[in-house]
Write a protein that binds this ligand. Structure first.
Ligand code: ZN
Ligand code: ZN
Length: 362
């Protein structure tokens, strides 16, 4: 009996089962009996977005990775609404997450996908971890607001997660709708949004930047995780405040941080250089081509190796030239930059065609 007590986190397990059950049954009952007012749905949407973004923009990119700096109002928003997501305090969450990055896929990884999809998704939370002291988070202990949240976590979480939406919806006489839909049901939704990053984003998708770990890029996951689906990029370049780097990538967390920065509420957004990113991408392109050719039992000739090297050098040289000229744009003029850009584009396109097998490989 003693053994069982120590092994499982009973309260967390009950909470993880109770919130979706009460949320779904309760909301369903309200819907079929008296309906739910539009205002309550709006509070539900607001709470989902605010708590979701507090986890991705706050707990994850700001506190765990220090990918940018945030002003006090932004930090307080993350601390309050992050607690409402019921995913532990910033300190606990960040400690686990930093360990996840450092030991990804290994025994020490708290939510290692190598222990199974469901383990990474939710089962790891059923294990009792009360004995654990958060490590790797000395910087966060020094932040008085983060420390305050850690000291008063449950009070803040209960108030922001349940009482706040209940009181808000009580304004139009729907306290119960606030509690069940914007409280219980929304917490379950928030949970699984985050859990999918640990499970699905390490399970299904592409690996354009590295295959040294299981993290995947998957735009579909980005759609319901506020942009955290570009997880292969993220694991390779965790210091970058972005997850989706192309303009068309769905990364609302990045857009929120950019909006804060525009209004002077965030600063020092860290990005990895385009050269570094492209270098990793090209290593993976090359690897895929070699695997493709080797699977067809094609012998790679000396000519192939030489061509590959020439194309690779051409991309890197034209990119370096473009970056240099961009930095002294005023002196060299727009035309020179434009030409360098076009040379880089040609080199990159030739590389892409070569590695995709469009050009004869030998
Ligand atoms: Zn991360
Ligand atoms: Zn991960």
């Amino acid at each position: 009996m003693e053994q069982t007590k120590k092994k499982y986190a009973l309260k967390t397990t009950i909470f993880l089962f109770a919130t979706p059950i009460i949320g779904v049954i309760g909301t369903g009952a309200l819907l079929f009996t008296r309906g739910i007012p539009l205002n309550t749905w709006l509070v539900y949407l607001f709470m989902t977005a605010a708590t979701g973004l507090a986890i991705t923009g706050g707990y994850h990119r700001l506190f765990s990775h220090r990918a940018y700096k945030a002003s006090l109002p932004v930090k307080l928003f993350y601390i309050l609404f992050g607690a409402a997501a019921f995913q532990q305090s910033v300190i606990e969450w960040s400690s686990d997450h930093r360990i996840h990055h450092r030991f990804v896929d290994k025994e020490e990884d708290p939510y290692a996908i190598t222990k199974g999809f469901w383990y990474a998704h939710i089962l790891w939370l059923f294990e009792n971890r009360d004995h654990r002291t958060p490590v790797n988070v000395n910087d966060l202990y020094e932040d008085k607001w983060v420390k305050f949240q850690d000291d008063h976590y449950y009070k803040i979480a209960i108030f922001m997660g349940f009482i706040f939406p209940t009181l808000l919806c009580a304004l139009w006489g729907d306290a119960l709708g606030g509690l069940l839909l914007a409280g219980s049901f929304r917490i379950a939704v928030n949970h699984h949004m985050t859990f999918f990053i640990n499970s699905l984003a390490h399970y299904k998708g592409d690996q354009p930047f590295s295959d040294k770990h299981t993290a995947k890029d998957n735009w579909l996951i980005a759609l319901f995780t506020f942009g955290e689906g570009y997880h292969n990029f993220h694991h390779e370049f965790q210091a970058d405040y972005r997850n989706g780097i192309r303009w068309f990538d769905y990364d609302p967390t990045k857009w929120l941080i950019n909006t804060f920065a525009f209004f002077g509420l965030a600063s020092d957004r860290k990005t990895i250089s385009e050269e570094q990113i492209l270098r990793k991408k090209m290593i993976m392109d090359e690897k895929a081509l070699r695997e493709k050719l080797e699977s067809k039992s094609e012998t790679l000739s000396q000519g192939f190796e030489e061509r590959l090297e020439a194309l690779r050098n051409s991309v890197q040289e034209t990119q370096a030239k473009l970056i240099t000229l961009k930095a002294v744009k005023e002196e060299v003029g727009k035309k020179a930059v434009k030409e360098a850009k076009s040379d880089f584009k040609v080199a990159l396109n030739t590389w892409k065609r070569f590695v995709s097998g469009d050009l004869a490989p030998v």
